[in-house]
Design a protein around this ligand. Structure first.
Ligand code: 6V0
Length: 320
């Protein structure tokens, strides 16, 4: 080991960006017991400091963790850096509308991290998350397993919650994924959806629901529009994503090898290459381990390719 090499602290997390999403994520991470140290970084240092003070006052109710506002030197030895910095959607804006602003923000953040010889996992949360994960991957030069996006982990949670409600069953017993873009072209992978191993439509019949097409179309639409609905009412979404961040960090820190629809680089799966989007993936200590080839119908594969094309055209335009 060279003299200056950073030794990773496997119990340390850094959150870059302490707005609604960053502070809610930090609050969830504080309660998780996964970490013993958390540094909060924001362009507005006072904001990070205020959040660190506030969140640390909850520590006596959970497990010991040191929480403080810091700068990029403080994240060098973190196991995970969560990036939530960036402009958020305003009412009526799509996630893709944020692309230019947030790529520029990433051009200032990622080189700062790389300079510190950070050895851990980059978890991208800012939107458009797929485009920014791709950007972070290219700017950092890190191996693809170390740069992951929260992807459709949140959308998938929304889908499970809706289905659980519809079928009056624990949402944890629902196995279904949203794949593709975290955004308007996302796809509900109905063909592989099941409740504790029972194909979704059979389970629906059992529960007295017979209009499968109508119900699934309505649920998928509700899930897709969740963020718009929330932003219209309260200006931002942050609790659901905070729990998603906590869940992904848990899978990494505990090397759980959980299957989560994080966004990662596609490498020829379903004919899709050089674009980041979400597919169910094994997540553990190395970050992304491998994709899980769930069965998709022809229509779902077509929709996935369309989602990839949408993302590619935004990337091409953004990187021109
Ligand atoms: P916010 O409340 O405006 O917070 C953004 C924070 O980033 C502010 O505190 C800024 O000071 C800070 N910031 C801006 N530039 C920099 C910089 N260069 N360095 C450090 N800090 C900086 O936004 P909010 O927290 O609501 O949203 C943050 C991002 O998360 C947005 O891009 C959202 O669209 C995105 N979300 C992603 C979700 C997902 O599922 N992936 C879900 C919800 C929101």
């Amino acid at each position: 080991m060279s003299k200056n090499e950073v030794v990773m602290n496997p119990r340390k997390v850094a959150v870059v960006g302490c707005g609604f999403v960053g502070s809610a994520s930090a609050f969830a991470l504080m309660q998780s017991g996964l970490f013993s140290e958390m540094v909060l970084i924001d362009a507005n240092f006072e904001k990070a400091e205020g959040e660190a003070f506030d969140i640390s006052h909850g520590v006596p109710f959970t497990r010991p963790i040191k929480i403080y506002a810091g700068d990029y030197d403080d994240l060098a030895d973190a196991a995970i850096v969560v990036i939530t910095a960036g402009a958020a959607q305003k009412p009526g804006e799509t996630r893709l509308d944020l692309v230019h602003k947030n790529i520029n923000i990433f051009k200032s953040i990622i080189p700062e991290i790389v300079k510190r010889d950070f050895q851990g996992i980059l978890l991208i949360v800012a939107n458009p998350v797929d485009i920014l994960t791709y950007t972070a991957l290219k700017l950092s030069g890190y191996a693809p397993n170390r740069v992951i996006g929260s992807g459709t982990v949140l959308d998938t949670a929304r889908l499970k919650e809706r289905l659980g409600e519809h079928l009056e069953v624990d949402s944890r017993s629902v196995h279904a994924f949203i794949v593709g873009e975290h955004g308007d072209s996302e796809i509900a992978a109905w063909s592989s959806a099941n409740v504790s191993g029972i194909p979704l439509h059979d389970f629906c019949e059992m529960r007295g629901h017979h209009d499968h097409e109508g119900a699934t179309a309505e649920i998928a639409e509700k899930v897709k529009n969740s963020a718009y609905e929330i932003i219209q009412r309260k200006g931002a979404t942050y609790y659901g994503i905070a729990m998603s961040v906590k869940r992904i960090c848990e899978a990494i820190i505990r090397d759980e090898r959980s299957i989560l629809p994080i966004s990662t680089m596609m490498d020829g799966e379903y004919g899709i290459k050089d674009v980041v989007l979400s597919m169910p993936s094994i997540v553990g200590a190395e970050g992304f381990i491998s994709k899980v080839p769930i069965s998709l119908s022809e229509d779902e594969i077509k929709a996935l390719n369309k989602s990839a094309e949408t993302l590619k055209s935004v990337l091409e335009e953004a990187l021109e």
